[in-house]
Design a protein around this ligand. Structure first.
Ligand code: PGA
Length: 254
């Protein structure tokens, strides 16, 4: 059975000390919920990973937000998947729209990053999603399908079992404009169907598909009632322990 997941994406926020404080608060609140049916993940900047991994209980997993395309060597400023794994992190977010648009991450780059992550036993939270113009011109299904096909459909069935998909419509990220519950369900069902066509129904049924884009303590409940919305990738609201734990509670309830 697929996992219910609530993952925070802190993006480029919090100093190390602030991050440790936030992780401790999140840990206390999530532990108090005793939401055993939800995998809770916090996606922190690289420098926080090792310290955050030390202060959270095993109920919370730690995730990086990126990793290098290369294994090791003369790549100044890069952080390898092996380094991420050595901090105790179990996940890495790849293909986030901010990385695709601001840092020029193409499908070809993402194929390499996904490979490095899986070689190092990191599970991948792979982000897909259309920009506003693509939705308005009804190209959203085509765009998302192409991101899946070109980014992760080269994987074997066994490898694909270590992938979580996050549907994040770009027009909803950080804008306060959430996809409607129906729009989210429609796209999630499409993603599951697309995965089934490639990997079979069983794999598709076991793949967790998260919604991201202005998901918050108020709208999480409705989004999570959808049968194909398995959880959320949470940006802004993951920076407040109270809000984040309310989203975990909403996920746990359904
Ligand atoms: P948001 O970000 O919740 O702040 O919209 C989501 C994300 O980018 O992962």
């Amino acid at each position: 059975m697929r996992k219910k997941i609530v993952a925070g994406n802190w993006k480029m926020n919090k100093t190390l000390q602030e991050g440790i404080e936030l992780a401790k608060e999140v840990n206390a609140k999530v532990k108090a919920l005793n939401a055993q049916n939800v995998q809770v993940i916090v996606g922190t900047p690289f420098i926080h990973l090792a310290e955050v991994a030390k202060v959270v209980d095993p109920v919370i997993a730690v995730s990086a937000q990126n990793c290098a395309t290369e294994v090791s060597g003369a790549f100044t400023g890069e952080v390898s998947a092996a380094m991420v794994a050595s901090t105790g992190s179990r996940y890495v977010i790849l293909g986030h729209s901010e990385r695709r648009s601001y840092y020029g991450e193409t499908d070809a780059i993402l194929v390499k990053k996904v490979a490095r992550a899986l070689e190092n036993k990191l599970d991948v939270i792979f982000c897909v999603g259309e920009v506003l113009e693509e939705r308005e011109t009804e190209k959203h299904f085509e765009v998302v399908k192409s991101q899946l096909v070109n980014g992760i459909f080269n994987l074997s069935n066994e490898e694909f079992a270590h992938v979580i998909i996050a549907y994040e419509p770009v027009w909803a990220i950080g804008t306060g404009k959430t996809a409607t519950s129906a729009q989210a369900q429609e796209m999630h069902a499409f993603i599951r169907k697309t995965v089934a066509e490639k990997y079979g129904k069983e794999t598709a049924e076991n793949t967790s598909i998260l919604y991201g884009g202005s998901c918050n303590a108020k709208n999480a409940d409705e989004l999570f009632t959808n049968p194909d919305v398995d959880g959320g990738l949470i940006g802004g609201a993951s920076l407040k322990a109270e809000d984040f734990s309310l989203i975990v509670a909403a996920r746990s309830k359904h």
